[in-house]
Design a binder for this molecule. Structure first.
Ligand code: FAD
Length: 458
């Protein structure tokens, strides 16, 4: 095979993960190797998180830590520095740091991609606005097929398809938290139920208000925990965990509590301790025996999430004001039943501490409980790849299985198929936020370049 005829590497999904995989591949691969970036939504660079135009939807990570590149930590802040006064509404300075709107971040990513399309990589990066429906084994690699009927021979593929879709809707009055256009059609005063009390609930409340909804909102989750807000915190040193602490959840918890107590005694607080664990969390996840990991998922995950995935202070302030004026109520409890009527859903709830279940009529139920389980996924590409044995679930059902080199593990022979982003949750614990994905994208591109060019040389 001559170098000029090298088939492309396909990247499936053009949210943050796919965009960064494509940009890093353009740097890591030889100039003769093109990259095919496929996106079913037709909008490249934004994905689920950064497509919002609502300035109240803020990044939940400080701008200082949102560069797309591991080796250029100031890149996003320097991009923000070139914006005009008309964009300042999207940048909020707080004592805990500066937070930009997610819409601005999406613009940053689309500009990075446009530069690659028109700049030095022009002609090597092809954007394909189509849904990929199959990767058919072909020679040592794949023939990629799309919903639009296109087909390409590719040298390998990166699956960067984001989170798996949520479980099927429980009512015909269910609304998708990401499809806020529907919120404008709601009656402005009839009550709304939000399932889930995490970051997605905060977004849904902001979207409801931005679309003119003025009525009462009840947010329900099993524990009724709200995300904590970022706070000014001095850094805390990453603890030097013992092998026993890496291998046992109770020991690990005891150590973290001891670290927090020491930090409190120095006036630093828990925020710095949780942040200091970040470089260790993947190793902790992999070191814990599987039953301990299951216990973590069953009992501790909600507590971890509200401490680790914090919100921007202005978003927390909005929620505090909603709670204070009684427009939003947050309760711990369970949804027992949903009965659809023509204009409303009648939900039966068991609220924590209540003597008996309660029934409530709501005009809409917004499912903000997070993302689906692999077993529930109806995604056609995932289903096809599972059937072909090219991928398999990882043991916790959170995503797909992969090796330490990001290569998908299936039931058949290994092929040039890699994973990036939230699909890796379960294998890697920290794989859903920009500060982790940017490193993983760079590492993955290097590994793919080595693998493919070794194959060409052979
Ligand atoms: C609301 C929200 C806010 C967040 N805020 C932050 C934040 O402030 N800071 C932070 O660090 N992280 C944040 N995150 C975490 C976020 O998951 C990551 O930052 C990152 O956006 C994940 O990107 P992704 O590309 O992996 O997934 P996604 O953004 O979901 O992108 C996946 C893309 O793949 C496409 N796709 C799927 N299947 C196919 C197919 N078969 N063919 C073609 N295309 C396909 C989808 O259309 C989608 O565009 C947030 C997440 C959410 C949901």
């Amino acid at each position: 095979m001559t170098r000029a005829s090298l088939p492309p590497v396909a990247v499936i999904g053009a949210g943050f993960s796919g965009t960064m995989a494509a940009l890093q591949l353009l740097s890591a691969l030889p100039p003769e190797r093109p990259v095919l970036l496929c996106e079913r939504a037709g909008i490249f660079g934004r994905g689920l998180a950064y497509g919002t135009g609502n300035p109240a939807h803020l990044l939940n990570v400080r701008t200082a830590n949102m560069s797309a590149f591991p080796d250029r930590p100031g890149d996003f802040e320097s991009w923000l520095g070139h914006l005009g006064p008309e964009d300042m509404e999207g940048i909020r300075s707080t004592p805990a740091g500066t937070f930009a709107s997610r819409g601005l971040y999406g613009r940053y990513l689309t500009e990075l991609l446009s530069k690659a399309v028109t700049g030095s990589a022009a002609g090597r990066l092809r954007l394909l606005p189509d849904a990929v429906t199959d990767l058919e084994p072909h020679g040592g690699a794949f023939r990629l097929r799309t919903e639009g009927g296109q087909s390409f021979a590719v040298a390998g593929a990166v699956l960067a398809m984001g989170n798996l879709a949520a479980a099927p809707a429980r009512s015909r009055h269910s609304l998708d938290p990401w499809d806020a256009d529907h919120f404008g059609r709601l009656h402005p005063h009839a009550p709304v139920l939000i399932l889930g009390t995490g970051l997605t609930m905060l977004d849904a409340v902001a979207s409801l208000r931005a679309h003119g909804f003025e009525g009462a909102i009840l947010a329900l989750s099993r524990r009724g925990l709200l995300p904590n807000a970022h706070a000014p915190a001095a850094p805390w040193p990453t603890p030097n965990l013992t092998p026993a602490e890496f291998a046992s959840l109770p020991r690990l918890l005891a150590r973290i509590r001891a670290e927090v107590a020491r930090a409190n005694a120095q006036g630093i607080g828990w925020h710095g301790v949780i942040d200091a664990l970040r470089p260790l969390t993947d190793t902790i996840w992999r070191s814990l025996p599987p039953p301990e990991r299951r216990r973590f998922l069953r009992h501790l995950r909600p507590f971890w999430d509200v401490h680790r995935h914090r919100t921007a202070p202005p978003a927390a302030e909005t929620i505090r004001a909603e709670l204070a004026r009684g427009a939003l109520t947050v309760r711990a409890g369970r949804l027992l039943d949903v009965a659809d009527e023509s204009a409303q859903a009648v939900v039966t709830l068991r609220l924590r501490g209540a003597a008996a279940p309660e029934r409530l009529g709501v005009q809409a139920m917004i499912d903000a409980t997070g993302f689906g389980h692999l077993g529930q996924s109806r995604d056609p590409l995932v289903r096809r790849l599972l059937e072909r044995g090219l991928v398999r679930p990882e043991p916790f059902g959170l995503g797909l299985d992969a090796g330490p080199d990001y290569r998908a593990r299936g039931t058949g022979p290994a092929r040039p198929l890699w994973l990036l982003g939230p699909l890796l949750r379960g294998v890697l614990w920290e794989c859903t936020a920009v500060p982790d994905i940017r490193n993983e994208a760079a590492e993955l591109a290097g590994l793919i370049a080595t693998d493919l060019e070794r194959a060409v040389a052979a």
